[in-house]
Every structure is written in structure tokens, then in C-alpha cells.
Ligand binder design. Sequence first.
Ligand SMILES: Cc1cc2nc3c(=O)[nH]c(=O)nc-3n(C[C@H](O)[C@H](O)[C@H](O)COP(=O)(O)O)c2cc1C
Length: 351
Amino acid sequence: MSMAAKNLNVTDKDGHPSSADIPDQFPTRITALLGIRWPLLLGGMMWLSDAQLVAAMVRAGGMGFISARSSASNDMFRQELQICRELTGGLPFGVNLTLSRRMQHNDIILERLRIALEEGVRIFETAGLPPTPLLPALRAFNTVVIHKCAHVRHSIAAQNLGVDAVTLVGMEEGGHPGSNQLPTFVNGAYALEQLHIPLALGGGIGHGRQIAAALALGADAVVMGSIFTLAQETPAHQAYKQRVAATDQYGTRTVLGSLGDTWRVIDNDNARKVAAMEHAGAKTYTEFGELISGARTKKLAYDNGDYEEGMLSMGPAVGFAQSVEPVACIVNRLQKQLVQASNRFQFLNNS
Ligand SMILES: Cc1cc2nc3c(=O)[nH]c(=O)nc-3n(C[C@H](O)[C@H](O)[C@H](O)COP(=O)(O)O)c2cc1C
């Protein structure tokens, strides 16, 4: 890993380096693997990671992943990829392939993978289950595969399957951190004892200090989601974004642990109803019915702005997301904070 921070003399009013002091790139094994400038990944986000959001992340120097299952039809997915290609001006971007324990959702993933390959996408984030059923097609096209998981043992298993890199998330992750109970940095330190392929760390990261810490730990990148949910480019209602802005680091909770499918979400009315049903003994997806339906979340919360409805994936990094602003501003702030925090290690280089 290269700690590319410059010697900083100029700071802005918050004590962060000015833009002029941010290096052009921060090379790691993952920036080399993906052909990007900064080791900053925006993980796929169901219903939210569309062409605009992903392209903004790519243009800012990182990598984003269009969520394969979010488009209403195969044609719309293909169109999303074409729009993204146009918006990035040809820079590569990624697609997220999330396999579900609710198996009926998985046929569509194979179909969307086929379309992505046809459209020239060669970078994939796999998640949810081991990527085994996807690997023949992914290998046939020489793609870069980053597999995301939440248990150290699953990251080693993915390495053994031959993926190019792994993302390991901690229990702080917004979305599905699974049954893992360990925080991001504990997971990371254990995994790095056994991994030889590049590692991205995720879960709870929304400040450049944490990125510097992850890189210092030995990770090659970080994966974020929650901090970008209120980006200007994120396709969601303003009322939802205001709710995100008003939510602090204590405003999320986990539910569905009883199904072995832990889901970290904003602690809204809907999540409290799900938790109450769980407490009362509900044990199957069917029993939770519409309360955990993704389509309902999209319609009521993301499209209509009724943020007390739906399962709103979110982790405590939301506390760092305080106002609606373009992705480029969020990334620029993270870069400044990262450089500032990395500077603390300069004495090591000078001695
Ligand atoms: C709104 C939202 C939706 C998400 N949907 C998915 C998804 O469909 N597939 C997936 O692999 N990860 C999903 N994630 C997880 C992110 O890709 C990323 O791993 C995570 O947000 C990192 O943790 P953080 O939220 O603490 O930054 C989602 C996260 C959020 C916040």
C-alpha cells in the first residue's frame, strides 16, 4: 500500500488539506486491479445504485456497482448500463450481483449477468451467497470479481474459489451483515492474517479517518454505502434524504436475526413492527409478508418519501451524512480527511 499523502501546509477552515494538496491518486492493489485512482468503492445498493449514482462515483475517482436486480426489466437494466457508460465517458464501472437466500430471486441474476457481459461490463461485486453459480460465466469473460461477505471464513472460502479480491464487512454494515457479530476492524485484522488477495473493508465507514485506519490495517480499499444514500445523485425522494440527514449513528437497528438473515436498517415504524413480530415468534419470510418487501420499500419510501415505511438499509455511518450534496463533494471530503489522517504517519517515512 502506498501512503501517498503530501506534506501539507495549507488547510481549510476545518483544518483539512485544501484541494490543491490532495494527490491525484492513492494507489493500492485494488486501484491497480480496477484501474481507478482512489481506493474508494461504493457498494451496490438495491433500488439506489443506478447509472447516475455509479457514474458520479466513477468520475470522482472511485468505483461503483449498478445493482443488477433494481431494474424493472432486462431491457431497462441494459439501458441503465448504456446510460452509465455514456456518463462515465468510457471509464469502467461495475455491476453488483446479489444472490438471495430467497432462491426465486436468483434466476434473474444470471440473466442480468449475461446482459452485463454483452454490454461490456467486466467488473463485478458478488454478494449474498458464494458466487459459485456465477463463476463459469464470469471466468469465461476474464472479469474482475470482488466477492463481498461478512465472515472471515467466507472471505477465505472466496479466496479459495479464485475470486480476485474480497470485501469483508462488519456488523455495522448497512444492509445485510449476516450472522456475523464482529465489527469491521476486528474482522479485518483477523482476515488479513490469512488472505493474500486484496481486501476491501466495509461497514460503518463514513469518515476519512476510518479509511486511513483501514488502509493502515492492511486493507487495499474501503466499501461504503450508507454515507452515499443522501447524495444528490441518489434516486430517492427528498423526504427520505431529509430523514437520512436527521438520523444519527444511533438511529439504525438490526432485524430478522431470527431468520439468520440479519438486516441493518433505519429504526423506523416498519422496522419496529418487524422487530415486534420477531419477538412474538415469527420465523419465516412469508410471515413478515409485505413488511419486508423490497418493491414496497421502493414505492413507499424511495419513490413517495414515506420514510416510516419499508426496510431502509442503513448503518451507523449515516451519522456522517448530514446534508444532501453531490457525490463529488462527499468523495472530496473523504479524500481530504484521509490525507489529513494519513499525515500522522509521516514520521515513519521520515525516520
Ligand atoms: C440502502 C442500501 C442498500 C444496499 N443494498 C445492497 C445490495 O442490494 N447488495 C449488496 O451486496 N449490498 C447492499 N448494500 C451494502 C452496501 O453495498 C455496502 O456493502 C454497505 O453499505 C457498506 O456499509 P455501510 O453502509 O456501513 O457503509 C446496501 C447498503 C445500503 C445502505
